[in-house]
Each structure stands twice: as C-alpha cells, then as structure tokens.
Design a protein around this ligand. Structure first.
Ligand SMILES: [Zn+2]
Length: 181
C-alpha cells in the first residue's frame, strides 16, 4: 500500500472513505459558551476575538491548515487519489427512520442491509441505488445519492463541540417531503 501511494498507482490504490473532518470537536474556531462558531477567515477579520465576549477565541484545526496551505481551498492536485467523505451507515439510518443511532430499528436494518448487499463501505460508496429502492430502501437511496454527491448539511465542530452532519433538512421532515422518496 505504501508503495502504491508513493508511486501514485491508481490501479492498486483506489482511494479512501473517511468521515467528514468537520465532525471533529476542534474544526472551526469560536467560543462554545458564547455559541459563536467562526471560520478561519472570520476569526482573522475579527483579530481573533470573540464578537460576543471580546476574549480570544479557541482556534481550531482549519485555522492552522489555512495558515500552512499553499493552495486555495477546494483545489485538487491532478494525481490525488479519490476520496469519499461519508457518514457512518448507522447514523444515516438513524436519520432515515428519524430514530436514535443506537435504536433497535437501526440495528435491525443495518444487519439486514449487510446480509443483502455486502459490507458497509460497499453500500455507502458503490451499491446500486435502484437495487436499494427495489428492496424497499428508497429513502436510504436518496440519502446515499446526496452523500455521494457531497450534498449534505454541515455544521462544523468548534471549541469542544462535535460537528453535526445532516443529510436531510429539518423542513423536509417537518413538511413530510421525505414521504415523496
Ligand atoms: Zn466568547
């Protein structure tokens, strides 16, 4: 694997699946007690001070990344390996059914999906969405479509608070839009 990475061998190293870095507790800057979450740019424009209490904010990982970077955000080197930022499938199922991640319902469907389609990474990244729909998982298929396209709602973590990644918007659930899938 090291060799494949070193020589940028795209045939032997296909890419990675990882969680969203924004879920980390110190991704952005800010003050949890003041409910102020700031991007590195915002922090810079405010000279590193919290707009609520006026004290220095807790600086997160992205701030350092922005300082060290020699490229614009979103820039992708030509030889870079592909990656998929994903959400653990149990969290996706929790959202799909509107229940807790540790609930019985999530555990049951998780197990059933693995038995029917294969391992979690395959389902998240490659599984055919139409096959999932046929098996009665049309809302899950819609969720995976959005995750694969990177179309999720991200609230980055900051100052010790975990980030939150959501596939569906609160209004979609409220207005019963999810029943359409
Ligand atoms: Zn503050």
């Amino acid at each position: 694997m090291r060799d494949a990475l070193k020589t940028k061998d795209h045939k032997r190293f296909l890419g990675t699946i990882e969680f969203f870095p924004e879920e980390g507790k110190y991704h952005y800057d800010g003050h949890r007690a003041c409910s102020r979450c700031m991007s590195p740019e915002e922090t810079r424009s405010l000279s590193g001070l919290c707009p609520a209490c006026g004290k220095k904010v807790t600086v997160g990982v992205m701030h350092r990344v922005a300082l060290l970077s020699d490229r614009e955000a979103g820039c992708k080197p030509q030889q870079a390996f592909p990656f998929l930022s994903s959400i653990p499938m149990s969290e996706v199922l929790g959202e799909v059914y509107g229940v807790g991640v540790k609930s019985k319902k999530v555990a049951q469907h998780y197990q059933k999906l693995l038995e029917t389609f294969g391992n979690e990474f395959f389902i998240l990244r490659d599984c055919s969405l139409s096959q999932l729909k046929e098996a009665g998982y049309s809302l899950l298929a819609e969720a995976l479509k959005r995750i694969r396209a990177g179309k999720v709602h991200i609230s980055p973590g900051y100052d010790g608070a975990y980030g939150v990644i959501k596939v569906f918007e609160p209004w979609e659930r409220r207005e019963n839009q999810l029943a359409l899938f």
